[in-house]
Write a protein that binds this ligand. Structure first.
Ligand SMILES: NC(=O)C1=CN([C@@H]2O[C@H](COP(=O)(O)OP(=O)(O)OC[C@H]3O[C@@H](n4cnc5c(N)ncnc54)[C@H](OP(=O)(O)O)[C@@H]3O)[C@@H](O)[C@H]2O)C=CC1
Ligand SMILES: N[C@@H](CC=O)C(=O)O
Length: 360
């Protein structure tokens, strides 16, 4: 039996769903795959809990009663007493935590993350992290960085690793902006009310401005661009910001209080549409010309992007073998269940690649 210790940062939409999925599937992994998954560490931004036996269904109560004020080294102290494979899982959107990945790796943790920030800091940080991972023989998995549970990162990585030249990746990279513009184009609802629903459904980032500003999609483009081997920085990306200037620097609460101020400019964009047109939020990664662009576009209703429904993401990959007919991946591009399942799949990938530890 391979025992895997999981240390989870972030207990929100994605983190709490991951806990539920792990607890529900523990028996399956044990009996069918010889893997025992134990969640032995939990942290939110304020509190941390460690437990040698692993958490159970009553984890929320246990966390409320037994967690202590968060110290960044609480997991290291605890983990140092155990030989089990340790995986740190990041289900936060925290920049601070992303800067801790090298330290986590130094402490012997594999890292699985839904958080895109570490992969989109400077190229120097990106390269150094990978160097450290190689030196320590540890893994870093982040399939959920692009397209939530859809297999986008792995597809691009496998094509690139097999020597295939990738020319471009275009599409609707954001599940929340997909949901927002699919509905806004067709329904007579204020833009702000659809954004608030996307937030309530767990599709947006914790601060929806990360989506509306184009930054979240820009991060996804950058993750894929670097996967194809491009050396490129976030500041090289051309991004259209849909948040009016006044609200760009407001606090998160002020933004929500004043969100209806977005309605007028977006209604104007909608009023310019022809009957056979809709608005879609598109990302364009042109690998050949090293150009990355994020913008709101008018597309024909009967085009592939124009026909999308719900929170669907849509990715067209153009490469040597898929030059005129792109490889297309489509499906839910956001949501807590699909994202948590993607994290779990990354955890199992690492668990399967680790040698079995013999316990005396
Ligand atoms: N929702 C989706 O569809 C998808 C999400 N993702 C990514 O998943 C991540 C999480 O999203 P989501 O679950 O919706 O976000 P939530 O806002 O629901 O949850 C965020 C959690 O992170 C915790 N947190 C914040 N900072 C820290 C920190 N420094 N250390 C430990 N915990 C911290 C928060 O704690 P507290 O409550 O104390 O603030 C909270 O528990 C994001 O990076 C997002 O981009 C990726 C793909 C799809
Ligand atoms: N906010 C993101 C969630 C996943 O990364 C999106 O809408 O796609």
């Amino acid at each position: 039996m391979n025992i895997i210790h999981i240390y989870l940062f972030g207990l929100g939409n994605v983190g709490s769903t991951l806990i539920k999925q792990i607890l529900e599937s523990q028996h399956f992994f044990k009996t069918h795959q010889g893997i025992e998954l134990k969640i032995v560490g939990l942290a939110n931004s304020r509190k941390v809990l460690t437990t040698a036996d692993g958490i159970g269904d009553d984890w929320e109560q246990e966390f409320a009663q037994k967690s202590i004020t968060r110290r960044s080294d609480a997991f290291y102290d605890f983990a140092s007493s155990y030989v089990e494979v340790r995986i740190a899982v990041d289900a936060t959107a925290s920049k601070e935590l992303s800067h801790f990945y090298p330290e986590l790796v130094e402490q012997g943790f594999h890292v699985v993350t839904a958080n895109k920030i570490a992969n989109t800091l400077s190229q120097e940080f990106y390269d150094n992290l990978r160097l450290l991972l190689r030196e320590r023989d540890l893994s870093f998995e982040y399939e959920t960085n692009v397209g939530a549970g859809l297999p986008i990162v792995d597809t691009i990585r496998n094509l690139h690793k097999s020597g295939e030249e990738i020319f471009a990746v275009n599409g609707v990279f954001s599940g929340s902006l997909g949901y927002i513009f699919n509905r806004f184009s067709e329904e007579e609802l204020p833009f702000s009310s659809i954004v608030l629903e996307a937030l309530k459904n767990g599709y947006t980032e914790p601060d929806p401005r990360e989506d509306l500003s184009g930054n979240d999609v820009a991060r996804k483009l950058l993750v894929l661009a670097r996967e194809t081997g491009l050396k490129i920085e976030f500041s090289d990306i051309t991004i259209e910001n849909l948040v009016i200037l006044d609200l760009q620097t407001a606090s998160a609460n002020q933004f929500i209080d004043r969100i209806t101020e977005l309605d007028k400019p977006l209604l104007h964009r909608k009023s310019l549409l022809q009957p056979d047109e809709v608005l879609r939020h598109l990302g364009k990664l042109d690998v050949v010309n090293k150009s990355l662009e994020v913008s709101l576009q008018v597309v024909k209703k009967d085009s592939p992007a124009g026909q999308l429904q719900g929170s669907d993401g849509f990715f067209e990959i153009y490469s040597e073998s898929y030059a005129s007919h792109p490889l297309v991946i489509k499906g839910a591009g956001a949501g807590k269940a699909v994202t948590a399942r993607g994290l779990l799949s990354d955890i199992i990938k690492i668990a399967k690649s680790c040698p079995i530890v013999i316990y005396k």
